[in-house]
Design a protein around this ligand. Structure first.
Ligand code: ZN
Length: 293
């Protein structure tokens, strides 16, 4: 089953923060060959905030008036569960954002951390990106994917839940290979929920145990000597900075390291910039970006 959601973000006292309330659900049921069997659609009457943000109205064209006769989230989920019909269901969404929003809504309205009908999950965007000619680490939007694959979106409206789910289904049908798809399936177990609800954050303390010596170690691109920071590392702009003169050739560098704590480990971005009075060729001044999982 491919699902797409539209939601409205608002401040919620109960959620102690920003909450993305689902206002529209679209789903397309597919067979084993990724061919459409059936569709599901529901508009949901928001209760956290009846006022829709401009962002939502501009993107989706949904007006608050349209939602007055919508279902409650509870009713919509009941209908969806009946529509699914007790079969073990694989859920697919275009990027994990919709999955996370669904989990948050379940938690908010049902006080449940698990989605009862969800057996396994696959990120359709991650799968499709790996099977299309596109640059690594580049996020491909759904309409862009349709363009690239020559898939017609005739009669479909982008940024509306049901049509987006149908578009995702068409992209999948085009790229689907059972052997490679299996590798993208994640069972919806305890670890799965922990992973998706983990909030990645930038490490601000240089003495954090996740900060390893190699993250902060640089060599001079010119003479390959190991650089030493002139003073302590400073944190600003989401990164650690240090002045690094080369003890060999005397060139002066600024090192920038950003370390993000993710569920599966740390992601490190490193950059070394030479301090030069006159502009130098770009390839000599940056060491580039390096990632550690
Ligand atoms: Zn040097």
């Amino acid at each position: 089953m491919v699902m797409d959601l539209e939601w409205n973000g608002s401040w919620s006292k109960k959620a102690h923060g920003y909450f993305n309330e689902i206002i529209e659900i679209g789903a397309t049921m597919l067979d084993e060959r990724m061919q459409k069997i059936d569709g599901f659609h529901a508009m949901i009457r928001p209760v956290v905030s009846k006022k829709l943000t401009h962002l939502v109205t501009d993107l989706t064209g949904i007006e608050a008036d349209e939602l007055k006769d919508g279902l409650s989230f509870e009713e919509a989920m009941q209908q969806l569960t009946e529509w699914i019909g007790g079969e073990p269901t694989v859920l697919l969404t275009w990027s994990t954002t919709d999955l996370l929003v669904l989990v948050e809504n379940y938690r908010y309205f049902f006080k449940r951390t698990h989605i009862p009908w969800l057996h396994s999950y696959a990120d359709a965007q991650a799968y499709c990106q790996q099977h299309m000619e596109c640059e690594k680490n580049q996020q491909v939007g759904l309409s862009r994917a349709c363009d690239m694959l020559g898939i017609s979106d005739e009669g479909l409206t982008a940024h509306r839940a049901q049509d987006d789910s149908e578009m995702t289904a068409r992209v999948l049908a085009k790229l689907y290979e059972p052997e490679s798809f299996v590798k993208f399936l994640r069972p919806a177990d305890e670890e799965f929920y922990k992973r998706i609800t983990f909030k990645a954050y930038i490490i601000r303390d240089i003495h954090d145990p996740a900060v390893k010596r190699e993250h902060l170690s640089f060599r001079c691109p010119a003479c390959h000597r190991r650089l030493k920071p002139k003073k302590d590392w400073r944190f600003f702009n989401q990164s650690f900075f240090a002045e690094m003169p080369c003890p060999g050739c005397g060139k002066e560098y600024t090192a920038r390291v950003a370390i993000k704590k993710k569920y599966e480990g740390v992601a490190v971005k490193r950059k070394l910039t030479e301090k030069v009075p006159k502009p130098a060729e770009p390839e000599t001044i940056t060491q580039g970006v390096e990632s550690h999982e």
